[in-house]
Design a binder for this molecule. Structure first.
Ligand code: NIG
Ligand code: FE
Length: 407
């Protein structure tokens, strides 16, 4: 058993509290064994039965649940630094894709790389994420767009999950784009997804969720409905890339099909927001994609005020969000989306856990939860997100083990 003492602020992030209330306890202590959190409260109230247990002095730092990045495209070949400059010169993301760049160029690079090359690169990113205090990462396929290359990405995730500390939650995003070779017969690609890949991936438990990019140039509502309905019947949870570059009714479809989350939503309208609120679908905001594409931000304030739960994630990918810096995304959500620091913290802990259907186990530091703990060099949540620094994380426990020693 271990006692963390002298915590300046502890954020318990209860799943059943309003998003604005991160369950903060000042001058706190936290007790856990190797499997679960046992007790959380003010240090003054620490029960006498824990008095002789091994204790660690947190030296007036902030203690929070291990961060959850609930939307990434972690495994990809190559980078797209050339497009960064093109976009700065005024070319749009859609233009670049239409000219053969964008997702299509990453598909070519991902198909060309070996499993080992992809694995090494994704591992490097995961090590960087863990160093920032991230202990769980959702990770999508979607740069293969053919049977072998989609399975290769999912295989990378399966291997990486066993090799390192961060927990991976894989999502099948075969419906990211219609690949070039199927442009003239897109129904054949949808047939491949529904009749071959979804059944195979579900049978081999290679993914927990299925995601579809609904957008002009990607998939229509009718196509998405067909793919997602097939995935649901095969036992996969549902996610949707919705309303990112235009309003296409993706939020309503996510709500109608009982998707666990709808992501991006920069162009979601009042009707879409109401639909998400009624269905209890989590909205996942990706402020780094808005920053890099110089696009509008998801209307997170309006959503929260309508009762929608809002998670915050990086969208880490080589095009629209080439950074896995979740704390940077968090500060952007405060500054550009009028989310409070507590709402944002809930958005990367318990609400992010809801977006991957794991809120019974992770995302909170109440008794019974996993021992995924991040220690931050700041006295409070407010101070952490206000005083942005390269890396404020100074210690991480994953499943009860120190994976970044307290410094
Ligand atoms: O979430 N919107 C679709 N997919 C990614 C971008 C992928 C890329 O540009 O490679 C996103 O922003
Ligand atoms: Fe994405």
């Amino acid at each position: 058993m271990t006692v963390l003492r002298n915590i300046s602020q502890l954020a318990t992030c209860p799943a059943d509290s309003a998003q604005r209330d991160a369950g903060l306890i000042d001058q706190a202590a936290l007790v856990f064994d190797t499997t679960q959190i046992l007790w959380a409260g003010t240090e003054q109230m620490l029960p006498a039965r824990f008095a002789d247990e091994e204790s660690i002095d947190c030296r007036q730092r902030l203690v929070i649940p291990g961060l959850i990045d609930c939307h990434t495209h972690l495994c990809f070949g190559g980078w797209r630094g050339n497009e960064f400059e093109m976009r700065l010169q005024g070319r749009s993301y859609q233009d670049i894709t239409a000219a053969g760049g964008g997702i299509r160029s990453t598909v070519a690079a991902t198909r060309a790389d070996t499993t080992g090359q992809l694995l090494e690169k994704a591992l490097d990113a995961l090590e960087g994420m863990l160093d920032l205090g991230v202990t769980t990462v959702e990770c999508k396929s979607g740069y293969g767009l053919e049977r072998t290359a989609e399975l290769k990405q999912l295989d990378v995730y399966r291997q990486l999950d066993k090799q390192q500390a961060v927990d991976l939650v894989p999502t099948f995003l075969g419906a990211h784009m219609v690949p070039d070779e199927y442009q003239q017969c897109r129904e054949d690609y949808i047939h491949l997804l529904c009749e071959v890949l979804i059944p195979e991936i579900s049978a081999q438990k290679l993914a927990r969720f299925c995601d579809v990019f609904i957008e002009q140039g990607a998939f229509s509502i009718a196509e998405a409905r067909q793919i997602l309905t097939t995935a649901k019947k095969a036992g996969l949870g549902l996610k949707v890339h919705a309303d990112q570059l235009s309003n296409g009714g993706g939020a309503q479809l996510a709500a109608e099909l009982g998707a666990v989350s709808a992501e991006h939503l920069e162009y979601a309208d009042e009707e879409g927001i109401q639909a998400l609120a009624q269905a209890g679908t989590v909205a996942v905001s990706l402020p780094l994609a808005s920053l890099y594409l110089r696009e509008r931000y998801m209307p997170a304030r309006q959503m929260l005020d309508c009762g929608v739960k809002v998670a915050v994630a990086t969208d880490f990918n080589p095009g629209s969000a080439p950074s896995y810096h979740l704390p940077l995304a968090m500060t952007l959500a405060c500054l550009n989306q009028q989310m409070t620091p507590q709402e944002v913290l809930m958005g990367v802990t318990t609400v992010a856990a809801m977006a991957i259907s794991a809120e019974q186990r992770i995302g909170s530091l109440l008794p019974g939860f996993s021992v995924d703990i991040t220690i931050i060099e700041a006295p409070s949540v407010n101070h952490w997100l206000y005083h942005f620094r390269a890396n404020a994380c100074c210690g991480v426990l994953k499943s009860g083990q120190w994976v970044k020693n307290l410094c």
